[in-house]
Design a protein around this ligand. Structure first.
Ligand SMILES: NC(=O)C[C@H](N)C(=O)O
Length: 343
């Protein structure tokens, strides 16, 4: 379906590229590969809209395109993420200078962070998508694809971990999140902001990555859960996942990292069985920390053995827990791995 685009598109970065670079574009589906039908529903089409991509760069980038699969992103889970990662790991041996992944936006931040945690950062990986399908007015797919390729081809993109490029902004996969259901400016990085911009003339980075570790896993564990705390939280939620197959749980806690006291017995039962329990905040900004000393407060939770994961949102912390467990990390090593989100 993508063959014509794949084989014919010899594109070039019209701006600041010195040598011909080999960039791999991996399509995985999402709105960027969809069109609106006559009833107003947005669906994957038999002819992929990206086939219509113009020759943006006039032969100055050696661009190769492949379909990994064509799925709406709510159909994507860790097994599909692993498939994308395995293809990217092969790409570095095949002489590609960078990889762009097109992806549905609903779970884009999770796939992007999975790639950040499992691919070495010498190979730029840039994930992009679209909020408007190909035949909607103001469709953003081709523009995002173009700017993502520009970013992947930029020398500065190396050593930054996986990136998300949408709406002319460059964000780290680690912290970016989808903040709006439909707006094209949906991808934002709470607390920190973007680390770069794609302008009409060039790709500009204004932040450096301080540290990056990766774990090249080749399988993924399952039964890693994500639960959100709320006022009057029912302990039954935690009791329900108290099962032999449970590998770990992330809780989006209240405020700075606190839980209602009535869930403590169920929480303790999980911890007594060495099931890792990771705490993040349900707040949009800031980090979860051991601050409060009342019952259910962060200090008590820390003493019980809960792991605080600083700065990640719930869905990212779940991906990190899943990657750590899939790599075989346990006990103190797993705790350190999850603590270290910011640095
Ligand atoms: N804008 C999008 O891509 C949303 C779509 N539902 C998806 O994630 O596949």
């Amino acid at each position: 379906m993508y063959a014509r685009f794949k084989n014919n598109l010899q594109v070039c970065l019209k701006l600041e590229v010195n040598a011909l670079k080999k960039i791999l574009v991996l399509h995985t589906g999402g709105t960027i590969a969809m069109s609106e039908n006559k009833n107003g529903g947005v669906t994957p089409t038999s002819r992929n809209p990206l086939d219509e991509a113009p020759d943006f760069f006039h032969g100055q980038i050696d661009l190769q395109t492949e379909d990994v699969f064509n799925l709406p992103s709510p159909h994507i889970g860790p097994k599909e993420m692993l498939k994308i990662q395995q293809r990217i790991l092969r790409a570095s041996d095949q002489g590609f200078a960078g990889v762009v992944v097109t992806h549905g936006t609903d779970t884009l931040e999770e796939t992007a962070y999975f790639l950040d945690l499992t691919v070495p950062d010498e190979l730029p990986v840039v994930v992009t998508g679209a909020m408007r399908s190909a035949n909607e007015i103001g469709s953003d797919g081709l523009h995002n694809l173009q700017t993502a390729i520009q970013t992947a081809a930029s020398d500065e993109a190396k050593g930054k971990g996986a990136l998300v490029v949408m709406n002319d902004e460059i964000h780290t996969a680690r912290f970016v999140t989808k903040t709006h259901t439909t707006n094209v400016a949906t991808f934002q990085t709470p607390s920190f902001g973007p680390i770069g911009l794609v302008t009409k003339k060039k790709v500009i980075f204004f932040e450096k990555l301080l540290s990056h570790s990766y774990h090249p896993i080749d399988q993924v564990v399952d039964h890693v859960y994500l639960i959100k705390a709320y006022a009057g939280m029912d302990p039954e939620l935690l009791q329900l996942i108290d099962q032999p197959q449970t590998n770990g749980v992330v809780i989006e806690a209240l405020g700075a990292g606190n839980l209602p006291p009535q869930v403590l017995p169920a929480l303790k039962s999980l911890l007594d069985q060495q099931i890792p329990v990771i705490l993040v905040s349900r707040c949009f900004n800031g980090i979860a920390q051991e601050v409060y000393a009342y019952q259910g407060g962060g200090i008590q939770l820390g003493k019980l053995g809960v792991t605080f994961c600083h700065g990640l949102n719930g869905q990212k912390a779940r991906i990190k827990l899943l990657v750590g467990l899939s790599y075989g990390l346990k006990g103190a090593a797993l705790k350190t791995y999850l603590n270290d989100a910011i640095s």
